[in-house]
Design a protein around this ligand. Sequence first.
Ligand SMILES: [Fe+2]
Ligand SMILES: [Fe+2]
Length: 180
Amino acid sequence: MNSGELSRRARHLVRRFFGSLRPASVEMDDVDWVKSVLSGPEYALFDKMTINDQAHGVSVARDVASQLELSPRSWIVAAALLHDVGKIESGVGVAGRVLATLMEPLIPERFVPRATRLPGWFGRVGEYLRYTEAGAVLLASVGSDPRVRAWAREHHMPPTRWTIPADVGRVLQAADDRAS
Ligand SMILES: [Fe+2]
Ligand SMILES: [Fe+2]
């Protein structure tokens, strides 16, 4: 990760950290909209996310939908709603999330599997480091569009590693960075 990417991630982390301290809510209108975008099994996963992560997903998806002319069932809206879904597997609180996000750029990818084998809370923090991969696996299990799965896996990777169209990735990433 280069220094520009690192500072972008750091700014994103700070915004998400303070956003996570604010009480979040998802309005009924938003719930109806999310249900109209996602399949039933996808919505069941979305519903397991914390209310804060649901509100974040809705905010990213509304932002993206307002910029692109999308059909209501577009994979791009689903990708925005579900990009962080792997966090439902981690079971760590805000402190663990912050620690994991700070550690993420510093730990080479090949060491992450070892971090998941640490005992107790540290192991769960290690597990959180794999939430993007965990999200892609969860989405595969409910038959999500391959591009929705890809964005769950790739949304913290540099653009050179994206498999979704780069112009769409840039819109999704910018909306993710703006959202608290
Ligand atoms: Fe994320
Ligand atoms: Fe996000």
